[in-house]
Design a protein around this ligand. Structure first.
Ligand code: G6P
Length: 636
């Protein structure tokens, strides 16, 4: 939802900004822009150059090629349009009436129309359709009224603003300063050596190669960054705040495609490794924590789950009468599996709510409820708002997050990181399997603490869980077969995905993946519900994907298949290996290794991911940057 990069220091800013924007392009990619200030000799004022382009960061590079890109102070932006169509005019940075101030923004200014009217009456002219332009004009207006410095004017202007913002502002009359601020949109400042330079970005990925020392701004904090000075941090009232610097270690390999044509494919293939990372140190006595143990010892190795969040918040978790999971998109699908896991192993009634609905609903939250927020980015605005609501009601807020240091991780009372590394492809893949893996570990740990899970079942599930990564490897070996199947489906206009029980959320996830990157309409449904509506759509033109592993309800799902076959539907079935019965009935099968029912989603989702990927590639679409979507949705 828009990416921001800023730099002030002694190096040339442009390459840092452009590289940074490339890393943030997952946040938005409909237009891009940058502003650079070059200092000149003492008597001349500094030069401000602004370049903008409709399209991707590569288009911005083309526009700025051959132009003056000098300057050691700069700000840049990649946009995901909210107010105003993607265009050069609406692209950031926006410039103030006098031409002195320029600003980039991520978020939404809700009272922009009122502010705009007031500023228009005072003689300010607006050129774009954005809500952002009002910010830069408002800061300039505030400055003109009181003759304050830049940071004070930013602070005072922001007090008049309703909405969400992460901003970077520069003033060509002050080429030694960069001011940034945030509320409800993420922003991190990286500290260069001896305060000679500072990096600003929407997340740590553009900064990680320069420094590990980072300061995540809190809501309504404003920072002043100046060469040769310590970073200064204030709240909107001007009270100085402590600059809390933490060490952030990002695996830089995760930020490259590593030889794969797309991030999405790389991240699909990353899953065996990153799920091991997710379990490392949590499933203890697992084979990877005892590399010296002979392979055959595995069966007798007693495994257990240790999650510090469960140990440290045992009392609140054990007294929970209800769990409410709040999340969005793919994370919501993981939540549906979480519900089944928590009810099965912990016997705690669990609800799953769309965060966007929950935040405005009349849901009654008690102080002894636990509200779990699941999020890949840790920045989703609706999920954050749902958490705030739960906090106000006194519930324990438990985060299951990938984004280390993200807003959701900081707002949570406790939680578990999924630790699958940065996910760049807009369509979420490894984050989903990481979330489900965490939910399995959590349900087992909590179930054991509550005494609601039998030792035998606990041992069996854990033993199977540590085998999941190598079973995913086996599913991935069918990549070429799935690629071939995708060729036959690329002309389809509609798809139906059906599953039951543990695999019903996978049907929803499969349909979402296809919609997101292939632009093919797809619906996920519980298989037995098909006869209450979707069956009317079935004909020879409509592929139906059945997730039909060899578990409970298997015979019933076979009956659902018969209903499709008798209406000439075309079936692709995801089955347990060796399933001859379904193979004889349907058009295509993809086999997955045997596992226990509650872990099946970790395997059945892999063909869903690969199928959508290959259909999108076969259609010649931009897999990593599908139209209209953004990876991190920091607006409502
Ligand atoms: C966006 C992304 C999805 C993601 C959803 C929730 O829509 O494109 O991939 O599932 O947001 O994001 P979160 O970061 O909270 O999991």
């Amino acid at each position: 939802m828009c990416g921001i990069v800023g730099y002030i220091g002694e190096r040339k800013a442009y390459p840092i900004l452009i590289e940074g924007l490339h890393k943030l392009e997952y946040r938005g990619y409909d237009s891009a822009g940058c502003a650079l200030i070059s200092e000149t000799t003492q008597n001349e004022s500094a030069i401000l150059n602004i370049y903008k382009a409709k399209g991707k960061v590569a288009d911005l590079e083309a526009v700025s090629s051959g132009k003056d890109i000098s300057g050691t102070l700069g700000i840049a932006h990649t946009r995901w349009a909210t107010h105003g169509v993607p265009s050069e005019t609406n692209a950031h940075p926006h410039i103030s009436e006098s031409g002195n101030l320029t600003l980039v923004h991520n978020g939404i200014i809700e009272n922009y129309a009122t502010l705009r009217d007031q500023l228009t009456k005072r003689g300010y002219t607006f050129h774009s359709e954005t809500d952002t332009e009002v910010l830069v004009q408002l800061i300039e207006y505030t400055m003109s009224l009181r003759n304050d410095d830049l940071i004070t004017s930013v602070r005072i202007a922001l007090k008049m603003v309703i909405g969400a913002y992460a901003i970077c502002v520069i003033d060509k009359r002050h080429p030694e300063q960069l001011v940034c601020a945030r509320k409800s949109s993420p922003m991190v400042v990286g500290m260069g050596e001896e305060n000679k330079e500072f990096f600003v970005a929407s997340d740590a990925s553009p900064i990680a190669e320069y420094t590990k020392n980072m300061c995540y701004l809190d809501d309504e904090q404003v920072a002043l960054l100046q060469r040769g000075h310590d970073m200064q941090l204030y709240n909107l009232d001007g009270e100085e705040a402590d600059v809390l610097v933490k060490e952030v270690n990002l695996d830089l390999n995760m930020l490259t495609k590593g030889g794969f044509p797309h991030f999405m494919l790389k991240e699909i293939f990353d899953q065996p490794n990153v799920l091991n990372d997710c379990m490392r140190g949590r499933v203890v006595n697992a084979p990877y924590s005892r590399p010296w143990a002979p392979q055959e010892d595995m069966g007798t190795n007693p495994l257990s789950v240790v999650l510090s969040a469960v140990t440290n918040h045992r009392r609140e978790l054990l007294r929970a009468k209800r769990i409410v999971i709040v999340s969005c998109g793919t994370s919501w699908h993981a939540g549906l599996i979480g519900k089944q896991l928590l009810e099965h192993f912990c016997k705690i009634p669990t609800e799953v709510a769309y965060a966007s609905e929950f935040r405005y609903s009349d849901s009654v939250i008690e102080h002894d409820d636990v509200v779990m927020a699941i999020s890949q980015s840790g920045e989703t605005a609706d999920t954050l708002a749902a958490m705030e609501k739960a906090k106000k009601a006194g519930a324990l807020v438990f985060g299951i997050v990938n984004g280390v240091g993200s807003s959701i991780s900081r707002v949570s009372d406790t939680g578990v990181y999924i630790h699958v590394g940065p996910e760049i492809g807009v369509a979420s893949t490894k984050a989903f399997t990481g979330q489900v893996t965490v939910l399995v570990m959590l349900a087992l740990a909590l179930g054991m603490a509550k005494g609601t899970v039998e030792q035998n079942e606990y041992d069996e599930v854990l033993h199977e869980l540590v085998l999941i990564p190598e079973k995913i490897e086996k599913v991935l070996k069918q990549n070429e077969k799935i690629e071939r199947i995708a060729q036959t489906y690329k002309y389809a206009h509609n798809f139906l995905y059906l599953g039951r029980g543990w695999n019903y959320p996978v049907a929803l996830e499969g349909a979402l993946k296809l919609k997101e990157i292939s632009y093919i309409h797809a619906e996920g449904y519980p298989a037995a519900e098909m006869k209450h509506g979707p069956i009317a759509l079935i004909d020879a033109e409509m592929p139906v994907v059945f997730i039909a592993t060899h578990h409970q309800l298997y015979q019933k799902i076979i009956s659902n298949m018969q209903e499709v076959i008798s209406r000439n539907g075309h079936i692709l079935a995801i089955v347990t290996e060796g399933d001859e019965q379904i193979k004889k009935m349907v058009d295509e099968v993809i086999e997955i290794p045997h596992t226990i029912a509650c872990l099946a989603p970790l395997l059945t989702v892999i063909p869903m991911q690969l199928l959508s990927y290959h259909v999108a590639v076969a259609k010649g679409l931009n897999v990593d940057q599908p139209r209209n979507l953004a990876k991190s949705v920091t607006v409502e």
